[in-house]
Design a protein around this ligand. Structure first.
Ligand SMILES: [Zn+2]
Length: 194
């Protein structure tokens, strides 16, 4: 995830994070990678855990994804850092895990493209939403500004252009929106790198 510099009007590098992406899990390497993740998660320069999560469209066995994600949830909660979640066609499982684990840290569903109903459901369970280029307009409009994050992910648009489009969709001033969302980044990630 990137954020936006209000003064220079450009994107900063990605937020330093450690990931355990569901696309790249193997049975053999899982334990080792979880141990690495656990070590790195507590390092002060690491500001978030992720991407991690669940993806029903990828080849990794779902059982293995669940096994890995459950552990990552615990590691992120113990480290007290936001969990950046990759969630594809697995919203019910995600909601069930949130309820079951009741973590104290923030969960952010990244690259959210779902409909407004899904946006509302995730927010009701306390999950924040991060939108990129392919956002659903009604979902964005149904998202509380306190729970809103903006990212480029794999888009060819700049972060500034994505903010512009969102500001238009929300009928708000772009600079105001950047300012508002930056507050969320600072609240959740603390000392953002220059
Ligand atoms: Zn992702």
């Amino acid at each position: 995830m990137r954020y936006y510099d209000l003064h220079t009007h450009r994107a900063h590098p990605d937020i330093p994070a450690v990931e355990l992406h569901p696309w790249h899990l193997t049975e053999e390497s899982l334990e080792m990678r979880l141990q690495q993740l656990e070590c790195e998660a507590s390092r002060p320069e690491i500001l978030a855990i992720g991407e991690a999560g669940l993806d029903k469209l990828c080849d990794t066995p779902f059982r293995l994804q669940l096994q890995a994600f459950r552990r990552v949830i615990r590691i992120a909660d113990e480290a007290g850092k936001p969990l950046v979640i990759h969630c594809v066609k697995s919203m019910n499982e995600l909601l069930a895990l949130k309820k079951e684990c009741s973590p104290h840290n923030t969960w952010i569903c990244h690259g959210f493209r779902g409909k407004p109903e899904a946006a509302s459901q995730l927010q009701r369970s306390g999950i924040c939403l991060s939108y990129g280029e392919k956002f659903n307009r009604e979902a964005l409009q149904a998202t509380s500004l306190d729970r809103l994050f903006v990212e480029t992910d794999k888009s060819s648009l700049s972060i500034g252009e994505i903010y512009e489009r969102m500001a238009t969709a929300l009928h708000v001033d772009c600079e105001w929106l950047v300012h508002r969302v930056t507050q969320n980044f600072v609240r959740e990630f603390g000392n953002l790198p220059e």
